[in-house]
Ligand binder design. Structure first.
Ligand SMILES: C[S@@+](CC[C@H](N)C(=O)[O-])C[C@H]1O[C@@H](n2cnc3c(N)ncnc32)[C@H](O)[C@@H]1O
Length: 186
C-alpha cells in the first residue's frame, strides 16, 4: 500500500474496509462517497463506534466528486458495475486524483463476450445476483448503463481509463478469481 495522505472510497457501504484502513493509517484522511442514505447512516455509525476522527462519509454520488486533484488514492470496490453512470464516475475520479495518485479498482472477473462468461462455472450465480440486485441499481434511472455483476470486463474499464483527463495514465492489472483488480497510476 502506498503512503497515502488523502484517501477516497466510492460506494462506501458500511462494511469493514474503510474503518479498517482508517485505523491502520491514522495520519491519513479518508472520505467515503455513498449513494444509499441507509448505507450512509450505517457507515457513519460504524465510524462513530470505532472512535475514528479521520473519516468523513458523504451522502453523495461518485459523479459529484469535486475535480480538484485532492486524492492520493481512490478505491472502488465492487461498485462501478452497480452505478447508472459508471463512465461519468470514472471521469470524475480521474479529475479528483492527485497528479501522482492511484485508482485501485476491484471488480468481478468477467469476459466481454457471452461465450467467455459461459465458461465461468459461477456464471449462473453471478447472473442471479445481477438480476436480483446489481442491475436493479444500475438500471434505476433513465439511460442507466445497467452493467450488472458480470458487466464490467477489463476491456471496458480500460477504455474509461484512457479517456481524456487532466493527466495521462499508465496502469497495471492483475486478475484473481472471482474478482479483477486494476491499479491505475497517472
Ligand atoms: C455491492 S455494494 C459494494 C460496497 C462496498 N464497496 C464493498 O465492497 O463491500 C455497491 C455500493 O455502491 C453504491 N453505489 C451505487 N451507485 C453509486 C454511485 N453512483 N455513487 C456512489 N455509490 C454508489 C451502492 O449504494 C452500494 O452501497
Amino acid at each position: 500500500m502506498p503512503k497515502a495522505r488523502s484517501w477516497l472510497m466510492l460506494g462506501a457501504a458500511p462494511r469493514f474496509a474503510l474503518t479498517t484502513l482508517a485505523e491502520a493509517y491514522p495520519r491519513s484522511t479518508f472520505h467515503g462517497y455513498e449513494l444509499s442514505r441507509l448505507a450512509v447512516e450505517r457507515a457513519r455509525a460504524r465510524v462513530l463506534d470505532a472512535g475514528l476522527t479521520n473519516v468523513e462519509i458523504f451522502d453523495r454520488r461518485a459523479e459529484e466528486l469535486p475535480g480538484r486533484g485532492d486524492y492520493s488514492l481512490v478505491l472502488t470496490f465492487d461498485c462501478l458495475h452497480d452505478m447508472t453512470r459508471p463512465d461519468a464516475a470514472a471521469a470524475a475520479i480521474r479529475r479528483a486524483l492527485a497528479e501522482d495518485g492511484t485508482w485501485l479498482v476491484k471488480e468481478i472477473r468477467c469476459d466481454d463476450t457471452w461465450a467467455g462468461n459461459r465458461r465461468n462455472p459461477d456464471a449462473g450465480m453471478f447472473l442471479g445476483f445481477s438480476i436480483a440486485s446489481c442491475m436493479s441499481s444500475a438500471l434505476s434511472e433513465p439511460d442507466g448503463a445497467g452493467l450488472g455483476t458480470i458487466g464490467l470486463p477489463r476491456e471496458r474499464l480500460s477504455s474509461w481509463r484512457t479517456m481524456p483527463a487532466s493527466h495521462g495514465s499508465r496502469s497495471t492489472t492483475s486478475m484473481t478469481p472471482p474478482t479483477s483488480t486494476t491499479k491505475s497510476n497517472p
